[in-house]
Design a protein around this ligand. Structure first.
Ligand code: SAM
Length: 287
């Protein structure tokens, strides 16, 4: 007997519950993907029988979900800021909290001005591509140390016709020393290497390079803040996403490196998530 849509979803949900808090949603997304239909189709055709090829594909995807493989890798896409981005293993899955960083960046980029922006550690390219889509006049640069990220980011840029300058670089190292930006943004790796969180949920399936920069979790933030002094114009801004418990050390590092107007914005879960600061030119000694 062939499986019906509603019983297939029940079967999958019961299995996926072992690894996901959103088992029903995951089960529906995977089945809609196999059927190449919107999710609403599942509700309008609950008793439709699945053909054997579709049922087998579904079973394979559910088994992979249990490994666990993040749903975005199985579907091959993730929505961010109302745009659809290709996702794939070896590149971090875009997170909704990063939309806050984009909102803050857009507030600093007037639509009619050609400001120069750099996204450090671009991953799938979500930040750079969204900024270019929203602010076509901006000159957007994006870097990553991992060539696999840059390949995927460029695919996503093509998908959204976003003209971004992609540079393979260990933070600022691959950038021309004289290149200066009006705005630098980054969602760097910021989880401490021994944090138990790294072993939970879907995180073990995501690239460690994208999640942890070292023992304290602050190493990448530190390097980005240090280098920003050289690569920001005077009066330029730095926007950094960080851990909910890193607001104070990030503010301290920014202050140590001479930034002003330092403040932190809270994400949708009301957690301190994204810090902003302005670069001020150091007064030249007259002695
Ligand atoms: C947390 S992920 C963010 C990805 C993407 N910007 C986003 O918000 O989804 C951090 C990114 O930084 C990159 N990265 C890690 N170390 C780096 C380094 N030394 N220089 C440049 N990029 C680095 C990783 O490859 C990864 O793509």
């Amino acid at each position: 007997m062939s499986e019906q849509i509603n019983s297939a979803i029940r079967w999958a949900r019961n299995r996926i519950e072992a690894c996901s808090d959103s088992a029903r949603l995951d089960a529906e997304l995977l089945l809609a993907h196999c059927l190449d239909k919107p999710r609403s189709y599942l509700y309008s055709h609950p008793e439709e029988s699945l053909n054997p090829v579709c049922w087998q594909q579904y079973q394979r995807l559910v088994e992979r979900r249990l490994q666990p493989t993040p749903i975005a890798y199985l579907l091959g896409t993730r929505e961010f800021y109302s745009l659809v981005f290709a996702t794939r293993e070896q590149v971090l899955v875009p997170r909704p909290e990063t939309e806050l960083l984009v909102d803050l960046a857009l507030q600093l980029l007037p639509p009619e001005q050609s400001m120069r922006v750099c996204d450090l550690g671009t991953g799938t390219g979500i930040i750079a591509i969204t900024l270019k889509s929203e602010r076509p006049m901006a000159q957007v640069y994006a870097t990553d140390v991992d060539p696999a990220c840059l390949v995927l980011a460029q695919e996503n840029a093509l998908r959204h016709a976003a003209d971004v300058e992609w540079i393979e670089s260990d933070w600022y190292r691959g950038l021309p020393r004289t290149l200066r930006f009006d705005l630098i943004v980054s969602n760097p790796p910021y989880i401490a290497a021994d944090h138990p969180f790294l072993d939970q949920g879907d995180l073990p399936a995501e690239p460690r390079l994208a999640l942890t920069p070292g023992n304290t979790g602050l190493e990448a933030l530190q390097q980005i803040i240090e280098g920003a002094q050289r690569h920001l114009v005077s009066g330029g801004y730095l926007i950094l996403e960080h851990g909910y418990d890193q607001q104070t050390p990030v503010a301290d590092m920014l202050a140590t490196h001479g930034f002003s107007e330092i403040h932190c914005e809270y994400d949708l879960n009301d957690l301190p998530r994204t810090s902003i600061a302005k670069r001020v030119e150091k007064a030249k000694s007259t002695a």
